[in-house]
Design a protein around this ligand. Structure first.
Ligand code: F3S
Length: 387
């Protein structure tokens, strides 16, 4: 693996033990995956931010590090809103430990924007190399933006943030970004919603596993692409997908899909995913809401009152830029929270039935929160919250 002179000096320990160890980690990873070099990255997104997932051992490891980031880097959602954790009913002991995790990352220079949608906050462009770790963010960056990132683990994303480079293998290389299988969606009878695309992703992830799918027969907008990719990354291991005539690489590259395996998907397969179960709370914003999604919720909730807990998650940056929507939503009794989400926060563990509009949340809520999940459209979720 080619190492330049600057990196040789880091490996020799000239910039401290933390940077030395972090570069050793990246080089070792590169050797395992056959990388010929390291590639400079535009930004990093670091998972392993919730105390619920990293625990005491992870916290101790973070506190042992001594270096600062050299590229913009954000955190994945943490286990609670940083400033409104009491309002959410978070246990004080958990909050203290979560604050210690956040402080450890802050000391390393990671921005405390804790989100799985960093693409709404920082410019990320076609062809940029990144080291992102949250699976839906990775899917969106690769597929919808046409940037290039493997799905990093928390430590390798952190190492990349501290070094400014990542090993150049996998999805950083053009030839590895070609589709492997065609998903032919044979449905065109109704206007599809975010939830429909989430359900399609939930179903398709199971069909394709870790292959790169090429979708035909659909015309999703950006929020629907986000829902599709997030769900596929949850039920499969899909870090990149293409949609005919829609996603940037499918537009720029004439992929030869004629010879690929073709999997048809019919309406009934998606309709089966929309099952009714008793609901105690509703949670929206998985992945974190876009400005448009907050606008839709403000319109649906204006002048109304919710009777069940309705949690809405978005990044602090998107909330700050859309205060009017957030105020309208707040007047209905629904709560908009930054920094955290329905899966990484312990807050949803108190409910036995949770309604979502996300295929990813449908997949994760049973394991991570212990409740039963039901998927419905955003309109249905709001209606159920008002019953
Ligand atoms: Fe984001 Fe949490 Fe969903 S990290 S994608 S809102 S599970």
């Amino acid at each position: 693996m080619q190492i330049d002179n600057d990196d040789e000096r880091i490996l020799a320990g000239e910039q401290g033990e933390t940077r030395q160890k972090m570069l050793e980690l990246l080089v070792a990873l590169g050797k395992v995956f056959g990388a010929e070099r390291l590639v400079p990255i535009r930004s990093a997104q670091v998972s392993g931010a919730s105390y619920k997932t990293i625990g005491e051992f992870g916290l101790q490891w973070l506190n042992s590090l001594d270096a600062t980031t050299v590229v913009p880097a954000v955190l994945n959602p943490i286990g609670m809103p940083r400033t409104r954790w009491q309002e959410m009913g978070i246990d004080a002991d958990f909050a203290r430990k979560q604050q210690a995790v956040v402080a450890a990352y802050e000391r390393l220079g990671i921005s405390l924007e804790c989100t799985c949608t960093p693409y709404y906050l920082h410019e990320t462009a076609f062809g940029d190399h990144l080291a992102w770790s949250e699976s839906s963010a990775v899917s969106y960056a690769n597929s919808v933006i046409g940037a290039r990132t493997n799905r990093e683990g928390g430590p390798s994303a952190l190492a990349a943030a501290l070094i400014g480079k990542t090993p150049c293998y996998g999805l950083h290389i053009e030839k590895n970004r070609k589709p492997h299988v065609v998903i032919d969606v044979q449905i065109a009878t109704r206007d599809w919603t975010i939830a429909d695309y989430g359900a399609l992703g939930y179903h398709s992830g199971k069909l394709v596993g870790n292959r790169i799918p090429f979708f035909t027969g659909i015309r999703p907008d950006h929020d629907q692409l986000k829902a599709l990719g997030a769900a596929m990354a949850a039920t499969g291991a899909v870090a990149l997908y293409h949609v005919e005539d829609i996603t940037p690489e499918a537009q720029k590259t004439r992929y030869r899909i004629r010879d690929l395996e073709k999997i048809p998907v019919e309406l009934r397969e998606i309709a089966n995913i929309f099952r009714e179960v008793p609901v105690e709370a509703v949670a929206l914003g998985c992945p974190h809401c876009s400005p448009e999604e907050l606008g839709t919720l403000a319109r649906l909730l204006a002048g109304k009152r919710v009777r069940k807990p309705l949690y809405i998650f978005a990044s602090q940056g998107v909330i700050d830029a859309n205060r009017k929507f957030v105020e309208t939503i707040g007047k209905s009794g629904a709560k908009v929270y930054a920094d955290t989400c329905m899966v990484v926060s312990p807050v949803m563990e108190q409910y036995k039935g949770i309604m979502v509009n996300s295929g990813k949340a449908l997949a994760y809520v049973p394991d991570m929160c212990g409740g039963v999940a039901r998927i419905g459209t955003t309109e249905e979720c709001v209606k159920v919250a008002m019953e």
